[in-house]
Design a protein around this ligand. Structure first.
Ligand code: NDP
Length: 319
């Protein structure tokens, strides 16, 4: 495994990491989480991603219990959580980044994870109704308490990230260090174009999500929707409608041919392409089974073998 700096920060994250969206609390219980996380850790993963909203808080509880069972040194791994959507319906408890919510939500997350700190804390989405200055002061104060070590954003625009950074600079506060955007062969603009200046200008690190576009880019949907797969789950019809198109399936089949020629799986080729972007600090992978984790982590060996020509050929399939 390769460990990359989180942008300009000293913290090093594994180039491939492992997160719990959809899976923990619906497909993955504590015992399965132990097996998946162990498979990841044994393959060099040091970063585990989570969020308050995942399975309405259950995902944090499961990861916390799994980590207790695994008994690893706390300093050997990085845990994140993300806040914004909230778990309750009150006007100050959902879809907000106001100070009251932020100060209380970190306590809730730490309680569910049964930890005294997370390493990374993200604002899961921008909140147009709270001044960015209020958010920056609150996140900076959370860092100062030691309840989180670094803070960042998820799916904020470049302008919003820059504004937050400048407010922090002006007031000598803790700056946003990382963004968590979607990045895969189907969704590239934000990482490759919109954020382009932020990497050098403010040292932004990236931990990217849905590298396989919920599994589509592994080729698993080439011949229909397998039972038990994410797109077959109740409540995820919206994802199916958004992800599966005949054109994309055709492209994924072609990607599968390139992968077969290289002697790797389609998922491994996709992940290696994603992690091959040097702006990406860590590609957050998802998996519902330890076998997927093991397969996915082997993508690491392929990263350095994909030259510019191979990357262009792969990208050409999805344009
Ligand atoms: P992917 O796009 O990689 O999808 C993961 C899913 O694909 C798995 O759960 C599994 O689903 C399937 N899969 C994984 N590996 C394989 C394989 N080798 N062969 C076949 N199928 C495979 O990632 P996610 O969408 O899960 O996103 C990764 C992480 O990013 C999340 O866990 C979360 O931590 C983070 N995230 C953050 C967001 C944000 O807004 N900040 C939004 C979304 C995710 P199955 O077996 O069920 O079919």
């Amino acid at each position: 495994m390769e460990y990359r700096r989180l942008g300009s920060a000293g913290l090093k994250v594994s180039a491939l990491s492992y997160g719990s969206w959809v899976t923990y609390g619906s497909q993955v219980n504590v015992d399965l989480a132990v097996r998946c996380m162990k498979a990841a850790y044994d393959n060099g993963v040091n970063f585990f991603d989570n969020a308050e909203a995942y399975s309405s808080g259950k995902s944090e509880e499961i990861m916390g219990l799994a980590l207790k069972k695994l008994g690893w040194r706390r300093s050997s791994y990085i845990v994140s959580t993300k806040v914004f959507w909230g778990l309750n319906d009150g006007p100050n408890e959902k879809n907000t980044l106001n100070r009251k919510y932020l100060m209380e939500s970190i306590d809730g997350s730490l309680k569910r994870l049964d930890m005294d700190h997370v390493d990374l804390l993200y604002c899961h989405r921008p909140d147009p109704e709270t001044p960015i200055e209020e958010v920056v002061f609150a996140m900076s104060d959370i860092i100062a308490t030691g309840k989180a070590h670094y803070w960042g954003t998820s799916e904020w625009s470049a302008a919003e990230i820059m504004e937050a950074w400048q407010i922090a600079e002006r007031h000598h506060l803790r700056k946003p260090q990382m963004e968590q955007p979607q990045y895969n062969l189907l969704t590239r603009d934000r990482v490759e174009k919109e954020y382009a200046r932020l990497y050098e200008d403010i040292g932004l690190g990236l931990t990217t999500w849905s590298p396989l576009a919920s599994g589509l880019l592994s080729g698993k949907y080439n011949d229909g929707i397998p039972e038990g797969s994410r797109l077959s789950l109740k409540g995820y019809a919206w994802l199916k409608d958004g992800v599966l198109t005949p054109e994309r399936i055709e492209s994924v089949k072609k990607l599968g041919k390139i992968a077969a020629d290289l002697g790797v799986t389609t998922a491994q080729l996709t992940l290696a392409w994603t992690a091959g972007n040097p702006r990406v600090s860590s590609v957050i992978t998802g998996a519902s089974r330890p076998e997927q984790v093991v397969e996915n982590m082997k993508a690491f060996e392929l990263i350095s073998k994909l030259d510019d020509g191979a990357r262009k050929e792969i990208e050409g399939l999805f344009q």
